[in-house]
Design a protein. Structure first.
Lengths: 975, 436
């Protein structure tokens, strides 16, 4: 018997089952497709934008390995470009000592005994850095660029001395003599038929098959843009396509005529998607062992659409309006059907492609010589010295120079870049911690304001405390511990308001109070009328017959909204709000969350309609406990959720509260306040050690991070005794939002440097109302740090809107329970946001979605460039343009042992931390010393080189500056 | 100022601005975004003021048309290239529309293109476009009109390929360019034949009387041929008839350029030409039925494709194409005043809709929740009257965009390429093509 005894059991395939002999082809295929789909983007429909770690499928690998693997798989950049880092070095953002410190952590080796170590070599290649050279431009550089006229003029003094008396020509010839030219790269076998066809026939198969694939998939997934929905959608993508495409007299594009016969054959044989894929794999001659690579490559070729299909397959409820049955297998089957047909037409057969090597890209043997020539100058190795080296030494030197290739240098520079950021944050933070608090604690606070941990609220909190020192701010995850499914009075259905990893157990409805029920009915009737008119206007302006009438007769009317919206956006926005107020009655509403009616009691399925008092107390406890708010509350506690509104912005949701799943956190805040005001809840809380004074009142509000509006809820429930307090808080918040707008405006070039706080408030409001504004706000663009600890530590510290701030009091948490809660809530959210920004910033074309300007909304699901392209995932260029891509620096005020106990207990946190997807540090709650997590151990932070500047106010510190600013202590008395 | 100065000034302003700015650019200079924003706003306000003054003066003086002769560019033998301008009751609304819509879109773009590396380039092209569009509407002869016609075409192509670092925009810009070039051949041919047969291409020479009650001066078959050629040329500009496939490809550019070109002005230039030569079309049933057939066929195909397009911009592009098809048909039926109203009204609506395409998600969501989560299902209007097999066939036709691309690629582009490859045998140093 030969070794080919393991013929595949299903007989569908000729090759042996090398990998899983026990498994049938079908099971293997399912596994392969499931595995390949994990590499697809995890962005769902764009109406709800949730940040994810872009390389989530590589999370089990360390960050540094994962970015390389991701780069290879997606043909992306792992880090910023070397030029970007070098210009950061030139402006002092990366210091030489950072590079030394990074190199000292890398393994060292002797290269030339007594003369050169690997560390010295790499240092020379990073400071001042190598010149961009390869074999192709070296001859130009030698002849025209003056490389042979003189040595580099930025050589270190010692090298310049060593090379004195030597000539570049001599060195070049010495390099030529001793360095082996670059061998030709081995021929590569094509991974996909496209590479073969492109090399041999000059035809891009993707350009052939993508247009019909995109049109079919887009029409299939469409959520309501197309007036005529695709017929036969209920049969699934593949069968719908097979029914529609082979119609009589249909004309197929060039090379795709075979699709028709293929579809008819499949339909006649009744093949399902799996059978089609198996058949195509057989025709293409892909051996079983390579299925996975092949399928992955094919799916990634149109990854935006494939990813959307995958997301909707996993959770059909993600579809905003029409649920459609999705299957990656069907998408793959469709794709392979087109591929096979095109390949047959172009190449005449389907199996030749695998055995024809693709011609290697152009290379030049001189590349290695040129690189060595550049580096030996930096090292000060003269031509005589080079010639005198033994063969083994030269080989080792060349080997080392080549292994410090560009990606490796970028990795080192990135680590240095992050190290400086770490020191710019941690050293001043520790200094500030050890200085007396800028605001002396008064007897009793006027108010406490609970904000989301969002880094955009950092400036708001600082401004509020600057305006009124008797107000304290607290940071908690923006869903305020109440994970709910919520529907407002104007909403069509419920949505989850909690982090995406949580499934809400309770549903909450906003209902009109009884005496306003008639107003509610009128409101809904009016809205229905408006909705009907708007819908009809939308449709009838585009169709043939109705469009004839409406464009001819009513089109003139659109000049007014057009002109006013563009020319005076703010006034027009106010005008529409005024119209809404004047005509749309606003009923007073309440939350149905503890109604004791029969329906909610007897409900046995679906979400729970009511919260029991214990559950309510638990929600409140989960927020107040970890923040250390167990007693001594102010008379007024404001719960401020946040959201963001902007026009003409498909990414609006990305600016909302990520802890609420990309939506506004206002309902959560409102529910929290309602619950915390209930005497029964307070009674239950007292039993758990949280004592809320009798005269403390909770009130909810919402902060719009785009237009800086602040809105309060349930003011009618406020006791009269607290009206004075509210007025004071309201005034303080009003001033604070103006200051906050001013601080935000410093980043906006359009706002200008000399703008006053009042006009900057108008400026940000105008941004929210302007239909031509691609940057309504900068979102999380500045995120870099997360601090979990007491507010006293960061109070009065200017953190430049770059820090997520979660309140946690380690001194009141002996059992570590609260720490676990805070870290588990905050860390995944912060880390996802941070990495989404990291990857979108380092490669905006692959990981991000490119510039927003040509974006075109497709199927209400996502955006594509132009009229027919892949769905773009990630963040647009306008959202990341001022981002500094660093991994988030997570600082927790606790001891390393306690922190690691929490992290080790949770698999996901453990993975994130151990694989260094975040940078972690602790600050001792007792003495304030900082320890930094490095490769499994905590090291005490040493050094003191970063100062802590002092300014009299935030405004004095940032005035006139547009770039990222260092931490500063804001001390009003310093003036 | 007399009308004889105002009208040339109207055209000269954006032209001079373009020349000055591009000269500055060629010298390696430029202006900041802020200055460019101010220049743009001031220019369009000034142009608007000019249009208002012209309209007011004409009304005050009771003029229905004003002709301005700027003299000859050159004269060769008995032929002169005259530079005549005309403002009448047809061109004034279009000039006003151009100034207003280009101004609004310019103002929108100041924000929209803020910090984009192509900011300067975009505004250069916008000013050049305004010049070209105004010239089309004010030119008094086909000789002069074609200058504006080509200017609009080249700015249009350059803005489709605005994102020149990606291959798709450039490829699609090339497609648009090729469509324009082929259509322009018909315009050129019409001009040659008009000169040859009738010794004139000016409106006064070709038509007598004042719009809308003018009469054709070109009679017989020869007049019909000229008219038919002009109709096809107009179809190229307005994405009608044999040129109906390029419009969605033009959506590669930034949103405001899509709005001002394919929602508002450029796309309607063909309809303007037809309105202008309407008496010419009207004198023979051949050219009349050509306009009507082209218009209705394109409108039918446009609405069919629009119904199945799942993306915001393509859907709007085909909706625009549908209405322009109807405008063509209206002109064919002789309803010129209505067609003019339809044209201007349609341009305003489409501009707003194009500028608002990025808010589709938000708008749809709002309407959806206002309707209580239940939107009336669409797609069961006329389609449902047909038998299901015909429905399916129509859907297939729409999904294939009328098979336009497939037909053009297989039976026009491929043969042309084959001929080109065959011609390469005359090229001694032609690079050896890779053989199978």
């Amino acid at each position: 018997m030969s070794t080919r005894s393991h013929v595949s059991p299903c007989g569908c395939h000729q090759s042996t089952l090398e990998t899983h002999p026990a498994e049938g082809c079908l099971q293997h295929l399912r596994r392969v497709v499931g595995h390949a789909a994990r590499f697809l983007p995890v962005q769902g429909p764009l109406g709800v934008f949730v940040h994810y770690n872009t390389l989530r499928s590589f999370q089990h690998r360390s960050f540094e390995e994962a970015v390389l693997e991701g780069a290879a798989l997606y043909k992306a950049e792992p880090y910023l470009s070397e030029e970007a880092y070098q210009s950061d070095r030139a402006r002092g953002r990366i210091l030489d000592e950072d590079i030394d410190a990074v190199l000292s952590r890398e393994p060292n080796a002797e290269i030339l005994p007594g003369r050169l170590s690997r560390r010295e070599l790499r240092r020379a290649m990073l400071i001042p850095g190598v010149r961009r050279v390869n074999g192709i431009n070296i001859s130009w550089q030698l002849e025209e660029g003056g490389w042979l006229d003189s040595f580099r003029n930025d050589l270190p003094p010692s090298s310049a001395t060593a090379l004195r008396g030597d000539s570049p020509q001599a060195l070049w010839h010495a390099c030529l003599a001793s360095v082996q030219p670059q061998p030709a790269p081995p021929p590569v076998m094509p991974k996909r038929p496209r590479e073969f066809v492109l090399a041999l026939h000059g035809i891009d198969m993707d350009a052939l098959i993508h247009p019909p694939l995109i049109r079919l998939t887009a029409a299939y997934l469409d959520q309501g843009i197309a007036y005529w929905p695709m017929p036969h959608r209920d049969k699934g993508l593949l069968r719908a396509a097979r029914t529609i495409m082979p119609q009589a007299f249909a004309i197929f594009p060039d090379h795709l005529s075979g699709v028709r016969a293929e579809f008819l054959r499949q339909e006649a044989a009744g093949m399902d998607a799996e059978a089609v894929v198996l058949d195509a794999l057989e025709q293409l001659g892909v051996p079983l062992a390579q299925w996975e690579d092949f399928v992955t490559e094919e799916l990634l070729a149109l990854r935006g659409w494939a990813g959307m299909v995958h997301m909707l397959e996993q959770d059909a409820a993600l579809a905003p309006h029409d649920r459609v049955r999705c299957s990656v297998m069907e998408f793959l089957a469709l794709r392979l059907t087109y591929t096979v047909a095109a390949l047959k037409d172009i190449a005449g057969g389907t199996s030749a492609w695998r055995s024809t090597p693709v011609p290697v890209p152009r290379f030049d043997p001189l590349t290695h010589v040129a690189r060595v020539f550049d580096v030996v100058q930096l090292l000060g190795i003269s031509s005589r010295e080079l010639a005198a080296l033994e063969n083994g030494e030269v080989a080792r030197l060349v080997q080392e120079i080549l292994s410090s290739h560009e990606i490796e240098r970028r990795r080192l520079l990135h680590l240095a870049y992050e190290r400086r950021h770490e020191r710019l944050v941690l050293i001043p933070l520790a200094k500030h911690r050890n200085m007396p608090c800028v605001v002396p604690s008064s007897n009793r606070l006027v108010a406490q304001v609970l904000f989301c941990i969002d880094e955009r609220e950092e400036s708001m909190r600082r401004a509020l405390e600057e305006v009124d020192p008797a107000i304290e701010t607290v940071g908690v995850a923006g869903f305020f511990g109440v994970a709910i499914n919520y529907a407002g009075i104007d909403d069509a259905g419920g949505v989850s308001l909690c982090p995406v990893v949580i499934d809400p157990q309770h549903t909450v409805r906003e209902v009109p109070v009884e005496e306003h029920a008639h107003l509610h009915r009128r409101r809904q009737d009016l809205r229905r009328v408006w909705g009907g008119v708007a819908r009809n206007g939308f449709i009838s302006s585009r169709t043939l017959v109705r469009g004839w009438f409406s464009t001819a007769c009513l089109g003139f009317l659109s000049l007014f909204p057009l002109a006013l919206r563009v020319l005076t956006p703010l006034a027009f926005g106010r005008f529409t709000k005024f119209l809404n107020k004047a005509f749309l009655p606003e009923p007073r509403t309440e939350f149905a969350f503890m109604q004791d009616d029969a329906a909610s009691r007897d409900a046995t399925s679906g979400l729970m309609r009511s919260f029991t008092t214990e559950e309510q107390a638990e929600c409140v406890y989960q927020v107040l406990g970890p923040a250390g708010l167990d007693k001594g509350h102010a008379r007024l506690v404001v719960i401020l959720g946040h959201g963001s509104t902007s026009l003409n912005n498909p990414y609006e949701s990305a600016y909302c509260c990520q802890a609420c799943g990309g939506r506004t956190g206002a309902p959560n805040a409102r529910l929290f306040a309602l619950v915390a005001n209930r005497p029964a809840v307070r009674e239950a809380l007292r039993a758990r050690g949280v004592v809320i004074p009798e005269d403390t009142w909770f009130i909810a509000g919402c902060h719009d991070t785009c237009n800086e509006d602040i809105q309060f809820f349930d003011l009618d429930l406020l006791p009269e005794t607290h009206c004075g307090d509210l007025v004071r808080v309201h005034q303080a918040l009003d001033k604070a939002r103006t200051l906050n707008a001013h601080e935000r405006a410093r980043r906006f070039e359009a706002a200008g440097h000399s703008i006053s706080p009042e006009s900057s408030l108008r400026h940000v409001q105008e941004r929210a109302e302007h239909i031509g504004e691609p940057r309504p706000e900068y979102g999380h663009c500045t995120n870099a740090v997360a601090f979990v600890g007491r507010r006293e530590v960061t109070k009065g510290l200017f953190m430049d809107r770059r820090a997520f701030l979660a309140s946690y009091d380690a001194t009141k948490d002996p059992s570590n329970e609260a720490l676990a809660q805070v870290v588990r809530a905050a860390l995944p959210v912060c880390y996802s946001i941070n990495l989404d920004y990291y990857f979108s910033a380092v490669d905006n074309d692959v990981y991000g979605s490119g510039t927003k300007l040509p974006h075109n909304i497709n199927g209400l699901l996502g955006v594509m460039n132009g009229y027919q392209g892949d769905l773009r995932t990630g963040l647009p260029a306008q959202a990341v343009e001022i981002h500094e891509p660093v991994r988030i620096l997570f600082v927790v005020e606790t001891t390393p042992a306690r922190l690691m106990q929490v992290i080790r207990a949770d698999d996901e946190l453990n993975e994130i931390v151990c694989n260094q997807w975040i940078r972690l540090a602790t600050m001792d709650p007792d003495d304030g010393h900082v320890e930094v997590y490095r490769e499994g151990v905590f090291e005490k932070l040493a050094g003191n080189e970063e100062p802590l500047p002092v300014a009299s106010s935030s405004q004095a510190w940032y005035e006139g500056k547009r770039e990222h600013l260092a931490l500063a202590r804001i001390e009003p008395r310093a003036a | 100022m007399p009308l004889k100065t105002l009208i040339p000034l109207l055209i000269a302003t954006p032209g001079a601005l373009f020349l000055a700015l591009s000269f500055l650019w060629l010298l390696g200079g430029g202006v900041t975004e802020r200055v460019m924003a101010r220049i743009t706003k001031v220019t369009y306000l000034f142009l608007l003021l000019l249009v208002i003054m012209i309209g007011w003066r004409m009304k005050a003086e009771g003029l229905h048309s004003v002709r301005v002769m700027l003299g000859d560019w050159f004269t060769v033998g008995h032929y002169g290239y005259p530079l005549p301008l005309l403002i009448d009751r047809l061109s004034l609304p279009l000039v006003g529309m151009t100034v207003v819509l280009a101004g609004i879109v310019g103002s929108f773009s100041i924000r929209y293109l803020h910090r984009d590396p192509g900011f300067y380039r975009f505004f250069l092209l916008l000013h050049l476009f305004t010049f070209g569009a105004l010239l089309i509407f004010i030119a008094e002869s086909l000789d002069l009109l074609i200058v504006g016609w080509e200017t609009v075409a080249i700015t249009s192509v350059l803005l489709v390929g605005f994102f020149q670092y990606r291959p798709e925009p450039v490829r699609n810009a090339l497609w648009v360019f090729a469509s324009y070039r082929v259509a322009d051949l018909f315009l050129l041919l019409a001009i040659f034949l008009a000169h040859h047969w009738f010794d004139t291409t000016s409106w006064t020479g070709m038509l007598s009387g004042e719009w809308p009650s003018c009469q054709s001066q070109l009679h017989g078959t020869q007049g019909t041929i000229v008219a038919a050629l002009l109709v096809i040329a107009a179809g190229g500009k307005s994405s009608q008839g044999p040129f109906c496939g390029w419009l969605p490809r033009a959506m590669e550019g930034p949103t405001p350029s899509s709005a001002v070109f394919y929602g508002a002005i450029s796309i309607h230039a063909g309809a303007y030409l037809l309105l202008r030569i309407e008496p010419l079309i009207h004198q023979s049933w051949g050219s009349r039925s050509l306009v009507i057939i082209i218009g209705l066929a394109t409108a039918f195909l446009g609405t069919l494709v629009h119904r199945t397009s799942a993306d915001a911009k393509t859907s709007l592009a085909y909706a625009a194409q549908t209405q322009i098809g109807l405008i063509f048909a209206e002109i064919g039926f002789g309803w010129t005043t209505f067609a003019l109203i339809h044209l201007v009204s349609h341009a305003m609506l489409r501009t707003l809709q194009f500028l608002r395409t990025p808010s589709m998600l938000r708008d749809y969501h709002r309407v959806h929740s206002a309707a209580g989560g239940k939107l009336s299902p669409t797609g069961s209007q006329y389609e449902s009257l047909l038998p299901s097999s015909v429905q399916l066939w129509l859907y297939r036709l729409a999904l294939g965009r009328g098979f336009y691309d497939a037909i053009v690629e297989r039976w026009i582009v491929a043969p042309v390429q084959a001929v080109a490859r065959w011609l390469a045998i005359f090229e001694p140093t032609a690079p050896a093509k890779k053989k199978l």
